[in-house]
Design a protein around this ligand. Structure first.
Ligand SMILES: Nc1ncnc2c1ncn2[C@@H]1O[C@H](COP(=O)(O)OP(=O)(O)OP(=O)(O)O)[C@@H](O)[C@H]1O
Ligand SMILES: [Mg+2]
Length: 236
């Protein structure tokens, strides 16, 4: 069952196409990685799917229910406590039981012991977990995360993937951007590769082509495509 459908999405900044007719579908319980070099259009695509950036053309549909969005910079109110941040979002999302859902979410993101601490006093990883909790508070069918592991230490990263894995197991569609080949290999059912705003690949990480592991296969793939296609953008 699809939970997210992006169709023919286009975004231009001046003459440059940040996103060039990109379409794809995310199924319930599926974990999809978005990979590609700096400037490929990953953040543009995710923020457009999240409804934060307006496409020049194309459409986004959410046939499974709501969408949760976790931007790269944790979107939390620094002066509010962990509980206050969650309750604020629960109210904005018109959640029925504001207090109870904030309490349950703090357990889920393992921040119950820091409930009364201001967001500004949390570690980067804890703030990231709070930001994920805010993305999840309205019980979304699909969760989008922009480079969620970029600022985390290896232990925090492992906890992040445990959390995202359990969310996918519970049927939520997960879409995340990453520069880590290991995360694509280890945590994505499918990978979408963007370069110069174009979707170059949509399939299983293992099927991308020759290379002993994903990192090498990914580099080989991009080199081969860049030799044949003028991808524009930051392409060398
Ligand atoms: N607000 C903006 N104004 C002008 N150009 C923009 C704007 N936002 C993005 N772009 C351009 O769109 C292209 C895609 O940028 P985007 O941030 O989506 O890339 P990315 O794949 O997320 O890169 P990174 O890996 O560095 O995060 C880039 O060429 C970028 O300069
Ligand atoms: Mg980005």
């Amino acid at each position: 069952m699809p939970v997210l459908e992006g169709r023919d999405l286009v975004k231009r900044y001046d003459e440059r196409a940040a996103l060039d007719h990109v379409s794809f579908v995310v199924e319930a319980g599926e974990s999809v990685a978005i990979a590609g070099p700096n400037g490929a259009g990953k953040t543009t695509l995710l923020s457009m799917l999240a409804g934060v950036t307006t496409p020049d053309s194309g459409s986004v549909e959410l046939p499974g229910g709501k969408l949760g969005w976790v931007p790269q910079k944790a979107a939390v109110y620094q002066k509010l406590t962990v509980r206050e941040n969650l309750e604020l979002f629960a109210r904005l999302e018109k959640v029925d039981d504001v207090f109870g859902s904030a309490t349950r979410m703090m357990d889920r993101i393992e921040l119950a012991h820091r409930a009364s601490d201001r967001a500004e006093d949390l570690s980067g990883g804890m703030r990231q977990r709070l930001s994920i909790g805010m993305g999840l508070i309205a019980d979304p069918a699909v969760l989008l995360l922009d480079e969620p592991s970029a600022a985390l230490d290896p232990l925090q990263r492992e906890r992040l993937w445990e959390l995202l894995g359990s969310l996918a197991d519970s049927g939520i569609g997960i879409v995340f951007s990453t520069h880590s080949a290991g995360e694509v290999e280890g945590h994505a059912d499918r990978v979408i590769i963007l370069d110069g705003g174009k979707l170059l690949y949509d399939g299983a990480p293992a099927d991308i082509g020759p290379g002993a592991h994903f990192e090498l296969a990914f580099i080989n793939f991009l080199r081969a495509r860049r030799a044949h296609v003028n991808v524009g953008g930051d392409a060398e």
